[in-house]
Design a protein around this ligand. Structure first.
Ligand code: PMP
Ligand code: GLN
Length: 380
């Protein structure tokens, strides 16, 4: 077979998790909680299954879940999305990203991707026949930020799409209202569309609030906004997410969705919807994860690791240049094998190699896991 993605290997998340298991390391690499979800959520799913909700739901997802999402988005972001025509349930955010890209990128179109970037974006653009145009984030004084002038300079007549992600994996950076205004001004007189990957929308710290593209009218009109229940409800293995997009964009999205997965499993959708009716779980998530972030940061404050800011997500990036000169992949491998703590090299989020010395830890872990991992990291 002639590979369509010759440069692509097994994702770093799978390979680091396998390495962690092989060496019985504490896995702070791949992003997933090591604790379970609220038992009530499982009860609701169980109830849906025993009530016979086990056949195909409607193609865009169950009505009840789409309505719950519409209510949540309206309450949080003062944005109206029609459950019938503008909200589609997906098999996690990953499928939403792929389907959005396939829906709008034509062969030869350019897509602007801000690096470091989540690993699925670039291969998916390539599968759609698009050309990824990379814009590196600024990394100064130990802090990542987007250089909007640089991004604007990469726009051409072929630019079809820009992908943004806030809160940002892996850097933990968040976009503010001014960033969204700047982006809106840059694309105002163009037909460029936007994918806004907001899977960490409910993990924003230090009293800040998430700036959703949904609440930015000019941008929302041309955006696929993507979220994931896996992150919000501690159920990454369920693979249920959704996409919000204006009617015409949702119509194009659904044309592909129906031939990709057709629809997403029924009982999880019904269970999540009932849970959403009864619980405002998402409103407590930032506080919950901020405690873990603070604990993690305090424990490493006097170590040889230098902490980058973490404004959102459940990831903490650190600079290890005071410890080692190794490449990020070599260091993450060493850390897993010799120290017994797995991490993700930030280089995995770049197509072009950088000279940084950064790895990413996931702090979505039980206290005991964090205590044990931090003891090992403090000894370096
Ligand atoms: N986008 C980003 C930025 C992510 O971090 C992740 C999950 N790691 C995804 C998308 C994919 O989410 P899901 O597991 O729901 O497919
Ligand atoms: N999104 C998760 C992370 O960044 C992993 C997802 C995956 O394993 N594909 O760690």
């Amino acid at each position: 077979i002639e590979s369509k993605l010759p440069e692509v290997k097994t994702t770093i998340f799978s390979s680091m998790s396998a390495l962690a298991q092989q060496h019985q390391a504490i896995n702070l690499g791949q992003g997933f909680p090591d604790f379970d979800c609220d038992p009530q959520l499982i009860n609701y799913v169980h109830r849906a299954m025993t009530a016979g909700q086990n056949q195909y739901p409607p193609m865009p997802g169950t009505q009840i879940l789409r309505q719950e999402i519409a209510s949540k988005v309206s309450a949080l972001y003062q944005a109206h999305y029609d459950a019938e025509t503008e909200i589609t349930i997906t098999a996690g955010a990953t499928q939403a990203i792929m389907t959005s890209i396939l829906a709008c990128v034509h062969s030869g179109d350019e897509v602007i991707v801000i690096e470091p970037a989540y690993d699925s974006y670039i291969p998916t653009i390539q599968l759609a026949g698009g050309i990824p145009v990379l814009v590196g984030m600024r990394f100064e004084d130990n802090r990542f930020s987007i250089d909007w002038d640089l991004l604007a300079s990469k726009i051409s007549s072929k630019t079809r799409l820009i992908i943004i992600n806030s809160p940002h994996n892996p850097t933990g950076m968040t976009l503010c209202k001014a960033d969204l205004d700047t982006l809106a001004a840059i694309i105002r007189d163009t037909k460029i569309l936007l994918i806004s990957d907001e899977v960490y929308e409910h993990m924003v710290f230090d009293g800040q609030s998430h700036q959703s593209v949904a609440s930015h009218h000019a941008l929302a009109q041309r955006s696929f906004i993507i979220s994931s229940f896996g992150k919000t409800y501690h159920v990454t293995g369920w693979k249920v997410g959704y996409v919000l997009a204006p009617k015409l964009m949702s119509t194009e999205f659904r044309k592909i969705h129906q031939f990709n997965v057709f629809t997403v499993n029924t009982p999880m959708q019904v269970g999540i919807a009932h849970f959403m009716q009864d619980h405002q779980h998402h409103l407590n998530l930032s506080r919950f994860y901020q405690q873990k972030r603070d604990y993690f940061r305090e424990a490493l404050a006097n170590s040889k690791f230098r902490l980058l800011p973490c404004e959102g997500t459940y990831f903490q990036c650190v600079d290890y240049s005071a410890i080692s000169n190794q490449s990020e992949l070599d260091f993450a491998t060493w850390l897993t094998k010799e120290v017994g703590v797995a991490a993700i090299p930030v280089s995995a989020f770049y197509r072009e190699q950088k000279q940084n010395k950064l790895v990413r830890f996931c702090f979505a872990k039980q206290s005991n896991t964090l205590i044990n991992a931090l003891q090992r990291l403090q000894q370096i």
